[in-house]
Design a protein around this ligand. Structure first.
Ligand code: SAM
Length: 427
């Protein structure tokens, strides 16, 4: 019934509330109490600041139902995060203390407490705010004051609810939490407030708690974890690939380099051989225009601006100053910023590849890029190590993979050998 009177449905609005909080506050460790079929966790896993995402529910069947949907997908291997994401799912009760739930930045408890007996709420309160002691907690529960506005409702909103608090009852409980455990709370909610009924409040009332004292005991000390009683049962545990793993870093950077090298080669071939004479003439003219424009621009620059520009260009290339002169000379002579032919092959300079933002972000400097590529048998470099050589036969071993994730759509060049590795890893 609830879902029919709100758009989007209430449960989606509650998830969106949590997601907005996560976007704003960027917690690294998040645990969802009463996670049910892990719907909220599946949404949160896309927030790459999160390093540890845990879920707890008393009902193991409901967790097991969809827990494998939390496994990494091929995109997670193709676009790994900067740091690993660990996901842990536990079966257990929020009324019990388990040291693995300590030291979280954010605890969420969405429409859970009303499923507890009132005496269990006291234990829940002590476990969450006294023992787990997170930096922040989001607690949501139905607002009983709103019930008369729900069409056809008699009694509680769900057969398993043990109570439903009015706004005043929820706020009394929350203020007591703050006094006893050192938190501050902000009251809010989701579910549109009817125009004339503002005093009634939201359909789902939410307390956002923030710890207002330094929680010295809140650190998740792994060494203690093994020594203490662990009442929760670990049902699922997965660590996502990340750039912290040197193999994954190398593979990601090489994929990116090969993708861009191939793209630049195709564009260059189209420009230089694929078009008619008229087209080439036009390109030459355009180039001439460009150099003229550039010269004019440079002439109009002050000495300081010119120095700045040169420094930026030099920094961008990441070379030592002595090398820079030699390299720049070489490139200028041979026009190496653009691809060039060597026999049957096309070469794409590392400086040009490094100017691609993702390659730059991953490698840092051209020198580092060179070092990584020298170590990888999938990449052939010119003898002087300044360019990637793309032999015509490359296409046989490589295929383009289209993929998309929450960040958009990407294209990746992968070898069939790598595909086999992923299958094993995903196994
Ligand atoms: N938080 C989810 C959401 O917003 O979609 C699910 C809410 S559902 C109404 C309540 C969940 O709390 C159920 O999955 C139930 O199994 C779980 N639950 C009830 N008592 C619990 C307890 N003592 N400890 C942990 N989970 C409990």
């Amino acid at each position: 019934m609830m879902n029919t009177i709100f758009t989007p449905p209430m449960y989606i609005q509650r998830y969106e509330f949590v997601i907005d909080f996560v976007k704003k506050n960027k917690p690294k460790k998040v645990v969802d109490l009463g996670c049910n079929d892990c719907t909220l966790l599946r949404k949160l896993k896309f927030h790459r600041e999160i390093e540890l995402l845990a879920g707890l529910d008393i009902d193991s069947a409901v967790i097991r139902d969809k827990m494998y949907e939390l496994a990494p997908i091929p995109t997670d291997y193709l676009q790994p995060g900067d740091h690993p994401l660990t996901i842990e799912l536990y079966q257990g009760s929020v009324t019990e203390r388990d040291p693995r739930t300590k030291g979280f930045d954010l605890v969420t408890s969405i429409e859970l407490i009303e499923h507890l007996q009132l005496e269990e709420v006291d234990r829940f309160t002590e476990v969450v705010f006294g023992y787990m002691a997170p930096v922040a907690a989001i607690i949501s529960t139905p607002n009983a004051d709103f019930n008369p506005l729900l069409p056809g409702l008699t009694g509680f909103r769900h057969y398993d609810h043990k109570f439903e608090w009015t706004k005043a009852e929820f706020q009394t409980w929350a203020m007591k939490v703050c006094r006893e455990f050192g938190y501050v709370v902000a009251f809010t909610g989701v579910g549109q407030i009817p125009a004339q009924e503002e005093s009634i409040g939201f359909c789902s009332q939410i307390g956002v708690f923030q710890r207002d004292r330094s929680g010295g005991d809140a650190t998740r000390l792994q060494s203690n974890v093994t020594e203490e009683h662990l009442p929760y049962r670990l049902l699922y545990n997965v660590v996502y690939p990340s750039l912290c793993d040197s193999n994954i870093f190398q593979r990601t950077l090489v994929n990116e380099v090969l993708y861009w090298a191939e793209t630049l080669r195709r564009e260059w071939l189209e420009e230089t051989t694929g078009e008619g004479e008229e087209e080439s003439k036009q390109t030459d003219e355009e180039e001439e225009d460009c150099s003229r424009e550039r010269m004019e621009r440079e002439e109009s620059q002050t000495g300081e601006e010119q120095e700045d520009r040169e420094r930026v260009e030099a920094d961008g290339r990441g070379f030592e100053v002595e090398n820079e002169e030699v390299e720049v000379q070489g490139r200028t002579d041979r026009g190496q910023e653009e691809p060039y032919r060597e026999g049957q092959s096309v070469c794409v300079s590392l400086v040009r590849l490094w100017s691609c933002p993702r390659v730059q972000a991953l490698s840092g400097t051209v020198q580092r890029l060179t070092e990584v590529l020298l170590e990888d048998s999938r990449v052939q470099l010119t003898n002087d190590g300044t360019a990637v050589v793309l032999a015509d036969s490359d296409d046989e071993d490589l295929e383009w993979v289209e993929t998309c994730d929450n960040t958009g759509t990407g294209q990746f060049l992968v070898s069939s050998v790598e595909n086999e590795d992923w299958e094993t890893e995903l196994g």
